[in-house]
Design a protein. Sequence first.
Length: 508
Amino acid sequence: HRLYSNDNDGLYISTSTNARDLVEKLLGSIDHFIVLQNEDNDLFVLIPGCALPRRLHVDGSHLSVQVLLDRRNQEWINNMGEIRCYLYPVHSSKSFLITPSLASSMYLMVMYFITGAYQEVYKMVESCVSEDLTSEELQIFNQLEFLGNDNHPDAHACRLKLSAVTVGLGESAMKCPWSVYEEMLEYVKKYDYVSSACRLTTEEELLLLKMSTPSFGYRLPTELVNRNSYVSAVNNISSLPTDKTLSIKIGIEKPPVFENFDCGADTSILDNPKNCMISSKLFGAAYSRPEEDQVAFGGLRALEFINAALDHGVEVTSSSYGFPLMYDLLVGTVQFKLHPNDKVHNWGRILVRLVPPSDFKRKSAEMSALRILSENPTVAQHPHIPKFQIDSAMSKFKGMFQGKDAVSRVLAELHTFLTKQSIRSMLNFPVASIESTSPAVMTLRRPKSFFDYRLWVIPRISDYSQSNFKLDVQNCAAVNIPMAQIQAFASKPLAPIKLESYVVYLNR
């Protein structure tokens, strides 16, 4: 038994699982369709057009490609023509669908966009353009407005492609509901992640850059200015002699100023610690070492402790989260762990790097000691490393006025320990990190093959009407294509299989 279509003569529902699998590969995540076929086993796809397609909006943590179909939207239904379903013949090559009308083409493009099939969207853009849209076609086109929150790199490319192909239609016909300026800015930032099938050509980019106009009172951002210069150069690079180069001036924005912790070695504790100690020693007298059951076994109490340190702020002169605590962590006196496999020394290094610039920019014996122990875990874990000794209540204040407080004592002992020849030879001092600077000029050379500047290789046929075309034999040789096949491709592509034994040439 067969179920024939009343509206499409000779077509009936296909029960072949192979046909269903084939169409599913062509449509991807689009699943509201019926596969039809005729007596010649030609396949057709029937998709209802009365359902308003929308993308399911989620909490924003990830982009949803789930389709919601509103079958009760009366305004959408009223704008439909007499044909309420779109019929797409499957090409005899079984590799793509044929779109018989503009409405069917636009509907399929929107469905591809909703389901994240951006490469299919990009292929269909040029076939979805018209100067005069019917109410049915217009309402389908307007659905693109609700996909503006799609920030996938290929999504930006698809929207820009549509803007490029509709630029000559005027303001009234197919006005794209997005800002070319904003889309172009995002496209440039994400260009390295745009798939090759969705890349814009240099001509298209130059057109879109001309269309990119910022809001009134704002100048074009440096990214787009540099992109315009770069694309213009790439567009003309084919005429550049092979022995010449092309220089491009690049605009550079002033980088934000930040204080670099890795500004070089601080050897104050080794050279003259007494003259560069922090004068106030109250932080050492007020320090109270954390209890072992509070920090050594992980869990909630250890997490609360480290959160309190981060919230309060880590400073060298802090009595709770200052030099004494960081020193205890580096030498292993305080066994702080969140995870059983944590290394206590690493927690000390983290806190040292969180001190404010006012602390690490100043050369002091305290900061020098913390830096050296941070970069030398072997020395910090040495069995004879001086430990921080907390004085009793009365001794704290006496020692502060006599220069024998806990901080002064441990720094003096550490100076003696680190200056020993056996220990001094173990010390490694960090090299000052050099901040990177952007070049003001970019130099381009004419590419020798398509393997150079691969981001500009766009797998697209720009002109199907060419009777002759240029074939780069050098590149073909690089991928081991035999010369006989290259010659056949330029004349009779099927010649290598001895086409004359299968084909008989007839004359009139």
